[in-house]
Write a protein that binds this ligand. Structure first.
Ligand code: MD3
Ligand code: FE
Length: 222
């Protein structure tokens, strides 16, 4: 379903086998070299979501190779198989309308072959976790963001590029869902106002909580 120009929702894109595979991999990354933790914001606030990154480490509001705000370790590499999943995800969304001739299409190609994400942000939500409305502007690339959800269902709120508030569209995301944000939606405000505990597909490999993996091109080098 095309939710907004450049924003495509593909329910159930990940098979349960792939969901379990991704959950298992995330359990490993959560242990280190940089542990899954709540990000501390510059004003002293602490995010309710727990995060671990691959390829590049996101800290508010920049990317680095080492987690200077956590334990100083270099982040784990982004594995090639996840890059490949990102390319197939883009191809799947393109079939539904993510391309749309938008500015990101030339860079990424209809088959996703030109898409080379270099970072993944892995977010874990317990039943009380939320993510406030924000834009993702640290990337120096207009390439699409690929989002994979596993575990509990949630309300995902997609807003507009001008203001944090209305108009926005609420979409329920479930285990296995793919969302691609490209073109005019790439810099839209978005957030997760609610997670529904205990609503995960029991076969997904997560007993409780919600995992979201986003693949991005940072546009950074070295
Ligand atoms: C729309 N994560 O990590 S994923 C984030 O479910 C983040 O954990 C949410 O927002 C989550 O920054 C939402 C969907 C998402 C990710 C990046 C976007 C939507 C986006 C960038 C631009 C527009
Ligand atoms: Fe975001």
């Amino acid at each position: 379903a095309v939710i907004a120009p450049g924003a495509v929702h593909v329910p159930g894109w990940l098979s349960v086998e792939r969901q379990r595979e991704l959950v298992e991999a995330c359990r490993g990354w959560a242990r280190g070299p940089v542990p899954l933790r709540r990000t501390v914001l510059p004003g002293g606030g602490v995010m309710s979501v727990r995060t671990v990154c691959l390829g590049w480490h996101w800290q508010p509001y920049r990317y680095s190779r080492t987690a200077d705000d956590v334990n100083g370790a270099r982040v784990a590499d982004l594995p090639d198989w996840l890059v490949e999943w990102g390319r197939s995800a883009l191809a799947a969304a393109h079939g539904i309308g993510a391309g749309g001739g938008g500015p990101s299409e030339a860079a990424t190609g209809a088959g996703g072959a030109g898409y080379t994400p270099d970072t993944a942000l892995i977010n874990f939500y317990d039943g009380a976790a939320r993510m406030g409305m924000h834009q993702d502007k640290e990337e120096r690339s207009g390439a699409p963001v690929v989002s994979l959800s596993i575990g509990d269902r949630c309300v995902f709120r997609l807003g507009n590029s001008e203001t944090r508030g209305r108009p926005y569209t609420d979409v329920e995301l479930a285990s296995g869902d793919l969302f691609v944000f490209g073109g005019p939606s790439r810099f839209a405000y978005h957030g997760v106002p609610k997670v529904y505990p205990g609503t995960a597909d029991p076969r997904c490999g997560l007993r409780t909580g919600r995992l979201n993996i986003t693949l991005r091109e940072t546009g950074l080098s070295v």
